[in-house]
Design a protein around this ligand. Structure first.
Ligand code: ADP
Ligand code: MG
Length: 260
């Protein structure tokens, strides 16, 4: 779907949180949003899916204003995995996954065949089927993140928004999440917009990158072009070097904080 952000801004108590953001997301692609802590990345993600409605400017989906479309319509096509998630007490993985079906439910409707199929599909893709009857609170970090991902997938979104999906995970579980997400894009054409911190994940797993710094877009485009050692130094104020890995790919390595 065509998602376009026009002159978007957001303020709290006179403090600028985002200003003058203009961006046309690449349809059906994987886009990363990166930038320092507090830059406004999560705020932008929440604006896009109408979790934050008090923004200035305009966001359109296939040419229609998202404020006119409203929360229910938006949640039928967009799902978000937020940065902070409350641990659902006494819920099994399967019950949590079913929550993803709410936007598609009729007010007094029960579970439909489609609900069950989507839940099964989400559990399978995230490899959570074997954990379906486990309490979410008993899962490891990697399993828990996959359970939340199953819930967002059961929503069967056309656009999937992920806010730091790999934070707190070890290296192998980080890559596992990136592979699952890339598979969703490749196999189902799901459009992905995700906030990431790892520059090399962006370079390997994303088609586009939007850099947010000081509450506005600092740079945007192809990761290989945007995320060079030189620009990484400017974005994060660190010293960075370039290495070539065993597959001949350039890897950017931040090595120290630049003295101010
Ligand atoms: P990021 O995700 O890039 O780390 P956020 O979008 O979460 O940044 O936040 C950007 C800035 O806005 C931060 O300085 C944060 O403290 C501030 N902010 C976000 N939400 C609120 C809020 N509800 N009240 C006050 N300040 C907020
Ligand atoms: Mg954030």
């Amino acid at each position: 779907m065509k998602l376009v952000v026009e002159n978007v801004g957001f303020e709290i108590g006179g403090k600028k949180i985002l200003s003058d953001v203009n961006y046309s997301f690449a349809e059906g692609k994987r886009t990363a949003i990166i930038g320092p802590n507090g830059a406004g990345k999560s705020t932008l993600l929440k604006i896009i899916c109408l979790l934050n409605e008090k923004f200035f400017g305009k966001v359109t989906l296939d040419g229609e204003d998202i404020k006119t479309l409203g929360r229910k319509k938006i949640s039928q096509v967009m799902a978000i995995l937020p940065q902070e998630k409350e641990n659902p007490a006494d819920l099994t993985v399967r019950q949590l996954t079913f929550f993803g079906r709410f936007p598609h439910r009729k007010i007094f409707g029960g579970e439909t065949k489609e609900d069950i199929e989507e839940v099964e599909r989400a559990l399978k893709i995230t490899r959570m089927k074997e954990f379906e009857n486990r309490q979410v609170s008993t899962l490891s970090g990697g399993e828990r993140q996959r359970a939340w991902l199953a819930m967002t997938l059961a929503q069967n979104p056309k656009i999937l928004l992920l806010d730091e999906p790999t934070t707190y995970l070890d290296i192998s579980h980080q890559l596992e999440v990136m592979e699952i997400v890339s598979g969703l894009n490749k196999n189902f054409g799901m459009e992905i917009i995700m906030v990431l911190h790892d520059i090399n994940h962006v370079r390997i797993y994303c088609d586009e990158v939007v850099v947010i710094k000081n509450h506005e877009i600092f740079a945007a485009g192809e990761p290989e072009k945007i995320l060079t050692a030189e620009t990484v130094e400017k974005i994060f104020e660190v010293k960075a070097d370039t290495f070539i890995n065993s597959q001949g790919k350039k890897i950017i390595m931040p090595t120290s904080v630049l003295k101010k």
